[in-house]
Design a protein around this ligand. Structure first.
Ligand code: BEZ
Length: 252
């Protein structure tokens, strides 16, 4: 994942609040279908949970992520991993496939990212990914926007996320020199292992960056109050209204 502005990744907090992100990566790994000996780049590898599964298939997996904390965690698994900004990938004709799960929506300059993925692949190489798509966490975005608007702030100015439609991202892939084999949105209500406070702390902290610590605590409580009727059931179990964009392309 690529942290713009104030987004910081804490591997321990991620393990607690967000392990489901890699656990739910199986469908996109199946689309990748790594083969023994293939060179595969995991773009935005996080702590390497899925890179490890790619390597276990016999492929030669390399992970990159903009977070030094995540790369330290990936290396602790024994993986080949490097700190690298997704907008400035330095590879040339180096990989048979580029894989990305839950990372591209953190990269706010998609054209620069796609240009780097194109360069990194050999001709015909696959680009297989899943990211947040249009409408992802819409209820959460609306609640955060309403709470920040009460304070005269425009949430969209502080949004670290890019959630394109299938049409928009397909056009970007094609403009960058990829053939698009498949691309579609997949709405996926996602149970949270902890609660919405944990989710906000792990994923949405940068929205609250303009506030003082006291203001932040109050604002988060207001967000939780707005969301409880729609995303928390009577037993206190929270879900998030995820919409994933899953695609397979190849370098032409
Ligand atoms: C994620 O990285 O999985 C994510 C980020 C923002 C909203 C939803 C999911």
């Amino acid at each position: 994942m690529q942290p713009p502005h104030t987004q910081r990744w804490d591997p321990a907090g991620y393990e607690r609040n967000a392990r489901f992100v890699s656990d739910l990566g199986t469908p996109v790994l199946e689309l990748l279908a790594p083969r023994p000996g293939e060179r595969i780049l995991d773009l935005g590898c996080g702590d390497g949970a899925l890179t490890e599964r790619i390597a276990a298939s016999g492929a030669r997996a390399t992970g990159v992520d903009a977070s030094p904390e995540f790369i330290a965690a990936a290396r602790a698994r024994g993986l080949d991993a490097a700190v690298m900004d997704g907008r400035h990938l330095t590879f040339e004709n180096a990989f048979d496939a580029v894989f990305s799960n839950a990372a591209l929506h953190w990269m706010r300059d998609p054209d620069a990212v796609l240009a780097g993925v194109y360069r990194a692949l050999v001709p015909g190489g696959r680009f297989v990914g899943e990211m947040g798509g249009h409408g992802n966490v819409a209820a959460i975005v609306v609640a955060v926007s309403a709470v920040l608007a009460r304070r005269g702030l425009d949430a969209m100015q502080h949004s670290p996320w890019y959630f394109p439609t299938a049409q928009e991202y397909a056009a970007k892939l094609e403009a960058a020199g990829f053939g698009v084999d498949s691309i579609a949105l997949h709405p996926r209500t996602t149970p949270l292992p902890t609660d919405m406070a944990g989710w906000l702390a792990t994923f949405a902290d940068s929205f609250f960056a303009p506030l003082t610590p006291q203001e932040r605590a109050l604002a988060r409580d207001e967000v939780l109050a707005l969301l409880r009727p729609v995303l928390c059931d009577s037993a206190g179990r929270w879900t998030a209204d995820y919409v994933r964009l899953r695609f397979v392309g190849h370098r032409l």
